[in-house]
Unconditional design. Sequence first.
Length: 80
Amino acid sequence: MMNLNEIKITPRDEQVLRLLVQGCSNKEIAVHLNISPRTVKQHLRTLFLRAGIRDGRKRVKLATAMFQKEEMNSCSQEIG
């Protein structure tokens, strides 16, 4: 399992990742955080690079690690 404490995660990265784990699309994340979908994509790209993630399976591991830190909330509740 991936240890999130070993990865540099900015507060904004963490907000993006939390919403991603809750099942939000990049567009939904952008609306919730009042940023562009392109900015969301850049946050995720940078986060994955810092974590040394180059393939999809490891991205799932990162998301799972984040999920284990959070209680499950639906994206619609966060946005609405």
